[in-house]
Design a protein around this ligand. Sequence first.
Ligand code: ADP
Ligand code: ASP
Ligand code: MG
Length: 595
Amino acid sequence: MSLIVQKFGGTSVADAEKIRAAARRALRAQQQGAQVVMVVSAMGKNTDVLVDLAGQVCDSPPAREMDMLLSTGEQVSVALMAMAIHDLGGQAVSLTGAQMEIRTDSAHGKARIRSIGADRIRAHLETGRIVIAAGFQGIDEDLNITTLGRGGSDTTAVALAAVLGADACEIYTDVDGVFTTDPRIEPAARKMDCVSHDEMLELASLGAGVMHSRSIEFGKKFNVPIHVRNSGVFTDAPGTIIGPLPESPDRPVSGAALTKNEAQLTVAGVPDTPGVSLALLEALATANTTVDMIVQNRARDGRTDISFTVLDSELKAAEMAARLAAERIGAREVRRSEPVSKVSVVGLGMARQAGVAQVMFRALADAGVNIQAITTSEIKVSCLVNRDQGQEALRAVHRAFELGREPANCTTAGESLAAAKEAKAADAGAVIARLQAMEELSIDGCELDETQALVSLRHAPDQPGISAAVFEAIADRGLMVDLIVQGIAEDGRTDIGLTVPRKDLAAAEQIVAEMAKRFQGGVASEKEIGILSVTGVGVRSHTGAATRIFRALSEEGINVELIGTSEVKLSVVVAGEHGARALKAANAAFADVIR
Ligand code: ADP
Ligand code: ASP
Ligand code: MG
């Protein structure tokens, strides 16, 4: 008998009629012969209402009580859904996170799933009931109620699909599927038939709010294809399959995303001695804040600046942790940027094609948008921009890559589903092992790339169009750039670093020298570098992953020159002479989580 998980988001259960429509959909699937698990979110904007209410009685509500409160939203929905099914002549049982034994850690507000009591759910299914699971919640070791983070019902759904070995995981929402960008911001956005787990993981964590990014971590780890579709009563149209395959193999960029509310924190005047950036990152990880776009400036007079971005929702905690750490390490000050947004493009194809960055930088320059920081990984480019210009920047980038136009050579939903099935069969043993670890950090391995060289344009003016000019010249010569990092601006000037294959170093140096002349900057280059990367699922969302590698390198006295992060890969540039030692240290640091 097949088993299907159907998740209904807030808007899809916003009123009685919608609840009944969802119930009918589940009954239909059951009548077609499937066992059905429904995962339900709080009705409409109920969670927001509860958050607001908490704010009215308390300035900073204790995290435990907040979870106690927020979990009630889902409890209302599951009970009503079970009643609706009962009324339609079906049999159902509603279950809270605790009743499903969804065990989590104790990180209230962003708890991670450790295990799920699948046997109880199976027993209910065997009796012919539809199981209605409360999304977004679990319990910790001491039976405290926990929540997984806003949007977390998606994660409950995919996690249940993984442990139950479901044949399908359907996510019903208020849009037709996953679009090339948020259709509410860019009306020209296009629904995709397929998108790969890797791309969706990046898109979700970079702001595509249609899926909770941790749900895609589950999807990728356990080869669960996810079908995102519209819950509207009159639509039975296929949505988007998130599976192993991208929409089109030829296209460099598949989607664009915007995180609206971010802040950049800069710890200025940090003594440039080994272990200092480690102390800072450790403090941030201890405060359980997830940081992104970590950039460290080149040291001057024995001091350097380190900056990173955090979501507004974690700004308070991050700033406090940074201040305490700054004091301890003898840094000069902690600065908070003006409100910023991060605009990103994502695509598996960009790993094989030159010239993605320059198209993005040109689009932003032509829109008059200044880029405040740049970071890349092999499948994404992110730019930090002034928040007032965020939406405009997203639209400009979406247009520049012609994402509204259907690509040639599209993968079909059927092909993606077949590939998922094949991957699951091939990987069955590993999946069982990974199920034991659920949401824990899972590393595939560490690697050292010694084919690249580093070139930097130093002290360039911090104004629109500079990066565009540099990368257009690079693309004109057909050079493949791997990592790009733009440093923190100081006195209106900034550094831009990039890595290219060693054989292209001379060409890249020449281009950067021309740019330096044009913009009154300087050039620096380093032929022998090593790019050490750690690949796995959760390397960014698990705050401890970055700390591990920094600790390992710092203990070896190895300096990190550049950092590139993505959801599945953490890359650091070190001096070539240290490469082999860095790799050895990294392997040792991750030995316990390499699976
Ligand atoms: P639910 O309540 O069903 O979980 P969400 O509000 O969490 O729904 O997610 C759906 C919303 O995500 C859409 O209404 C849309 O505005 C937004 N969104 C952001 N990025 C994308 C994208 N790339 N594709 C589709 N929707 C997106
Ligand atoms: N109700 C929760 C929220 O609004 C979880 C979810 O909808 O996924 O964030
Ligand atoms: Mg959601």
